[in-house]
Design a protein around this ligand. Structure first.
Ligand code: SAH
Length: 219
């Protein structure tokens, strides 16, 4: 039996979900994951009042928590299955990670700022998530020890999709990433053809912070 998701108790959160549906986030499991994830927990004190607006917001280390519509659209585009092992690059606040964790078997998430990583880990503990594994490191290198992955989501923009990440995808896997040099990038989806190749589609235009090389010093 598929249970009908309850609308969130907070009316601002319920309105946010209605807005996502209207914009084309229609996958019930994705909507349910967003509806059961308290975005205020991931939002800095200063922006609490805006936690349920459909906007990206600043977090520590000059980074951002993604816009809920973009999170919904990218998660839907990834076509996650319950058994999927997912690699996420750019943990940030941990908001997107939490949504992925509700839809998949295991999430491996890499972040280059220690500060962000440990704040996100605290949130995962608070929410009782048991299927998220984090790593401080350069996500451009992926996570070779745990590869291959069924799904890869990149939440920072690179001029080209990192080869290491495509190489760590299973033959029928799916990778979603913002790709481009400027402030506006293409959101691309790479779908494995079962052998060594991929088909690539551009799904939307997006604005992400850059994927930077190496780990942040004094972070
Ligand atoms: N999905 C996050 C948004 C993250 S913003 C959220 O919902 O909160 C992008 C994140 O990618 C930032 O935290 C940034 O520090 C991280 N990042 C950038 N380059 C990286 C790299 N090479 N390896 C790992 N993380 C990286």
């Amino acid at each position: 039996m598929v249970r009908r998701p309850h609308p969130p108790a907070d009316p601002r959160h319920a309105r946010l979900i209605e807005g996502l549906k209207a914009q084309g986030v229609t996958d019930a499991a994705v909507l349910n994951a967003i509806a059961t994830t308290p975005r205020d927990l991931f939002t800095p004190e200063l922006f609490q009042e805006r936690a349920f607006e459909d906007q990206a917001l600043p977090i520590a280390c000059g980074q951002t928590i993604s816009q809920p519509y973009i999170v919904g659209m990218m998660t839907q585009a990834l076509r996650i299955e319950k058994r999927s092992r997912v690699l996420e690059i750019g943990t940030g606040s941990g908001y997107q990670t939490t949504i992925l964790s509700k839809l998949s078997r295991l999430v491996y998430s890499v972040e280059r700022y220690r500060t962000l990583m440990s704040a996100a880990e605290d949130r995962f503990r608070q929410l009782g998530l048991t299927n998220v594994i984090t790593r401080f490191g350069d996500g451009g290198q992926g996570w070779p020890e745990q590869a291959p992955f069924d799904r890869v989501m990149v939440t920072a923009a690179a001029p080209d999709v990192p080869r290491a990440l495509l190489a760590q995808l299973k033959p029928n896997g799916v990778l979603v990433a913002p790709v481009g040099r400027g402030p506006v990038q293409d959101l691309n989806r790479y779908v494995g053809d079962g052998e060594d190749g991929f088909t690539v589609e551009t799904l939307a235009e997006v604005r992400f912070v850059p994927l930077l090389d190496g780990v942040a010093k004094d972070s």
